[in-house]
Design a protein around this ligand. Structure first.
Ligand SMILES: Cc1ncc(C[n+]2csc(CCOP(=O)(O)OP(=O)(O)O)c2C)c(N)n1
Ligand SMILES: [Mg+2]
Length: 580
């Protein structure tokens, strides 16, 4: 057999990069958040090719820094539930996304991270061979190791013939619960390989979706039995609010069974309208509870502060029951159910309704009255905290947040990266709708600007508010954030709570060494540059910006900024708050 005979066909043939763009479209990727380099020449050329032919492909958002790109994908996924593409430059661009991948992984948000790899041919053997200095020094032995702790899947595309299969596989994994980042690497020689259109198979969406299940009926029944006789049941959640139906299910079950509901170290809020929602720390309630429900939660309490009673019966219901990404995780669960928490709680409620006795109903109603009283007390405490407006140059964040809350619609989203002032924002701005106050499930500072931009892209009619500490603001590469806001007409509202440095660092030193040398010397290594004016950063990119120092000016300054943003221009409010 003569193997040198070319494949004869009338079918058109295209480069792998051409199919890559088509395949991205087929898996529902609307946007590619990009920071380009030499590795992307084949993709850039095929983008122009597809555009010339009038063929669909994801829209490109060019981000000056990868941190913006990664977190824009996070914000978009938060609002739509759909992971998007982030395309970055070989090892160096990947390294710049590591903070973002940490945040996405810990927030269970899907993203398809893609990067080139240095070309593997050196002597011009193939189209795309090495042709510049960086191709010789940008190939580490293990490129994926830069982000591997935060990945659910990774692969280097071995050949263009499987490009759509690889994309479908990446998509199935990033979208399956618990969701998270996947990483695809590609070499230029692979991206320039040509294939006939009929050699590239399609992998339709309806054959590859995985849906999380409900609870095992036996366990559901056992939990209902426990709730039937509970005298002091509590429920603690951290991220159930990412699904509206889970928030509704928590409300319905807690009202029926008289369960006090807490949000601890929240990532996605549940509805705070529920009469059973009592607050943001369950520390006092935990030792006294006889039945406790942990629902979609990472850190329900800090064991250094709170010890649960050994007599408590704990039920743990979570989409991520084992926390396999955490070497240590030992919160109690006498009964554990992995799955869709909304569905499982609906099952528990149904079972409980079938079993409910008049005695249970009377006891639940009595608890509800007590829970409502605790809720009212908490709201009164928050109002008292906000009543103090602070001093010139030291505005009370509670007051500032309470005033901000008055200007927001239910659907607007707060990206709360206030660090030591994050508590003021959650306490003062109760949200009627779930998933409208968001924090990163991770600890990598610098996420709120990018996430606000990505969310704005997904929901242009909603106001996106970024609340950041002054330290966090630097981490977020604000030049890159405001550049994207300007270039892509994505007006967000950024509030910087400036307390002159890293209060969290200072407080942590004081917690470990309450009477240590650092305290004695008042030297906490936490102060940042004094007398800065962040407004200039916003102004450089056409944003409306104000520096706010007077408590009396708070309502008017906030109103001016919100008006600008609702009118289509990004706004930056640099607020000098209570000093650390
Ligand atoms: C990328 C990254 N680097 C360092 C840290 C450690 N860190 C945690 S909080 C904090 C200070 C943040 O300062 P700021 O945003 O001003 O908030 P404040 O503590 O003053 O409330 C730092 C440096 C981190 N979380 N993430
Ligand atoms: Mg600070």
């Amino acid at each position: 057999m003569d193997t040198s005979v070319a494949h004869k066909t009338n079918v058109p043939d295209f480069a792998t990069a051409y199919y890559l763009l088509e395949g991205l479209n087929e898996i529902g990727i609307d946007y590619l958040f990009c920071n380009f380099g030499t590795d992307h020449a084949p993709i850039i050329d095929e983008m122009a090719h597809r555009r010339k032919r009038g063929e669909a492909m994801p829209a490109v958002v060019r981000c000056p820094h990868e941190n913006t790109a990664a977190h824009m994908a996070a914000g978009y996924a938060l609002v739509t539930g759909r992971g998007q593409g982030v395309l970055v430059h070989v090892d160096v661009g990947t390294a710049n996304t590591a903070n973002g991948m940490h945040n996405l992984y810990r927030s269970r948000l899907p993203v398809l991270l893609m990067a080139g790899k240095a070309p593997y041919t050196v002597n011009d053997e193939l189209i795309g061979s090495r042709d510049t200095y960086v191709h010789f020094i940008q190939e580490p032995f293990d490129q994926a190791s830069l982000v591997r702790p935060y990945l659910k899947w990774e692969w280097t595309l071995p050949s263009g013939v499987v490009v759509k299969e690889a994309l479908r596989r990446a998509h199935s994994i990033m979208q399956s619960e618990p969701r998270g980042p996947v990483y695809l690497m590609m070499q230029r020689e692979t991206l320039t390989q040509h294939w006939n259109a009929d050699e590239i198979r399609r992998y339709p969406a309806d054959q590859f979706a995985a849906t999380p299940g409900g609870g095992d009926p036996k366990l559901v029944s056992a939990l209902a039995d426990k709730l039937l006789t509970a005298e002091n049941p509590i429920l603690i959640t951290g991220y159930a609010g990412r699904h509206a139906h889970a928030s509704r299910a928590i409300d319905a079950l807690s009202q029926f069974a008289g369960i006090a509901v807490y949000e601890a170290n929240m990532t996605n809020n549940i509805s705070h309208d529920s009469p059973c929602f009592v607050g943001f720390s369950a520390d006092k309630a935990v030792p006294e509870a006889d039945v406790g429900l942990l629902v979609d939660v990472d850190v329900p309490w800090f064991p250094s502060d709170v010890q649960p009673s050994e007599k408590t019966f704990w039920a743990h219901i979570d989409i991520d029951i084992l926390k396999p990404g955490s070497p240590m995780w030992t919160f109690p669960g006498n009964l554990r159910m992995q799955g869709d928490s909304g569905r499982i709680l609906d099952q528990v409620l149904e079972e409980l309704k079938a079993k409910a006795t008049p005695r249970f109903k009377a006891a639940a109603a009595a608890r509800l009255t007590r829970i409502k009283a605790a809720r009212d007390q908490r709201i009164a405490r928050a109002a008292k905290l906000a009543a103090d407006k602070g001093k010139p140059g030291a505005i009370n964040p509670h007051y500032l947040m309470a005033e901000l809350g008055k200007l927001l619609d239910d659907e607007d989203i707060i990206f709360n990266e206030g660090v030591t002032n994050a508590g003021a924002a959650v306490l003062q701005i109760l949200r009627r709708l779930p998933n409208t106050t968001v924090r990163s499930g991770g600890g990598g500072l610098g996420w709120s600007g990018g996430m606000a931009l990505g969310a704005k892209l997904a929901a242009p009619h909603r106001l996106m508010v970024q609340i950041s500490g002054d330290g966090g603001f630097y981490f977020g590469n604000p030049c890159s954030v405001f550049a994207v806001a300007q270039q892509y007409k994505l007006p967000i509202f950024s509030i910087v709570l400036d307390n002159s440095g890293w209060n969290a660092v200072k407080q942590s030193t004081l917690r470990v060494f309450p009477e240590g040398e650092a305290k004695a010397a008042n030297a906490f290594e936490a102060e940042l540059a004094a007398n800065v004016d962040f407004t200039k950063i916003g102004e450089a990119f056409g944003a409306y910006a104000e520096k706010l120092t007077e408590p009396a000016e708070v309502p008017a300054a906030l109103a001016r900024c919100v008006k600008q943003v609702r009118g289509g221009r990004a706004a930056l409010l640099h607020a000098r708050v209570t000093q650390m």
